[in-house]
Design a protein. Structure first.
Length: 37
């Protein structure tokens, strides 16, 4: 049980990490789009 929880925790951390990267790219894209307009 503890091993499964550890694996899920690692997957959750990776998911949050990628989510932050995607959000950062979206914010950069929105900022550049608003500047171009």
């Amino acid at each position: 049980m503890s091993q499964n929880a550890h694996v899920y925790f690692i997957l959750f951390v990776k998911y949050v990490h990628y989510f932050h990267i995607i959000c950062a790219f979206i914010l950069l894209y929105v900022e550049s789009a608003t500047i171009n307009i």
